[in-house]
Ligand binder design. Structure first.
Ligand code: G4P
Length: 192
């Protein structure tokens, strides 16, 4: 998606440790017009996939998921990062390791909001190692829900998570796929 790549080039800041800061339009201040265009693009890509629900994970995935859901006309369910008190059999849950933050957390979704009747599009803002996505896929499996695919705003291709999912036959569509980035020069190379 050219508009998105242009914004990343103009406003993205490459930090040490392979982190791309996009706080000016995605992760802190949200550019609603850009997010609307992103939502429309996800709809273009997955319009024929029979999506009944969009699933994401708090916090930054929610804005993107909601914008896309308006085009699909379906609800969004976001996985919550659990407090232990919430962990009971009312919830599907998955343990997720974050390499970026070097911590583990449990993602939960209420059994009320996901079922075997659902065809799910998983949406998130970033895909790096793919752990968050895998956690959500475990939850979908537990619920017996069908997976339409995975829609990602920015994939850091060099961390390999997306290509592993693709190799397993999962449809992963990333609107900006970064092959390399250099915090010293600020250079960002996109996969075409
Ligand atoms: P993975 O799920 O693909 O394995 O990625 P990882 O655990 O490494 O990333 C975890 C968190 O860090 C996610 O947010 C993800 O959106 C974010 N993240 C990963 N790489 C980058 C990056 O280069 N830039 C930015 N801005 N974020 C990145 P989270 O912890 O779930 O937090 P939230 O922001 O959604 O609340």
């Amino acid at each position: 998606m050219q508009l998105l790549k242009q914004r990343i080039r103009e406003e993205g800041v490459v930090k040490k440790g392979n982190v791309l800061k996009v706080d000016s339009f995605l992760n802190h201040r949200i550019d609603t017009q850009l997010l609307d265009a992103i939502g429309e693009e996800f709809y273009r890509l997955f319009a024929d996939a029979g999506v009944t629900k969009i699933v994401t994970i708090e916090a930054s995935g929610i804005g993107v998921a909601v914008m896309a859901a308006r085009y699909f006309g379906v609800p969004v369910v976001f996985a919550k990062k659990a407090k232990t008190a919430q962990l009971d059999d009312e919830f599907y849950s998955a343990r997720i390791h974050s390499f970026t933050h070097n911590n583990d957390y449990t993602a939960i979704i209420s059994r009320k909001y996901l079922s075997a009747e659902d065809t799910v599009l998983v949406i998130d803002d970033f895909l790096a190692n793919g752990e968050a996505t895998r956690g959500l896929l475990t939850i979908l499996d537990d619920a017996g829900a069908k997976l339409a695919g995975v829609g990602i705003v920015i994939e850091k291709g060099f961390q390999g998570g997306g290509d592993k999912l693709r190799a397993e036959g999962i449809r992963v569509e990333s609107l900006a796929l970064i092959d390399s980035m250099d915090w010293e020069t600020g250079e960002i190379v996109f996969r075409e």
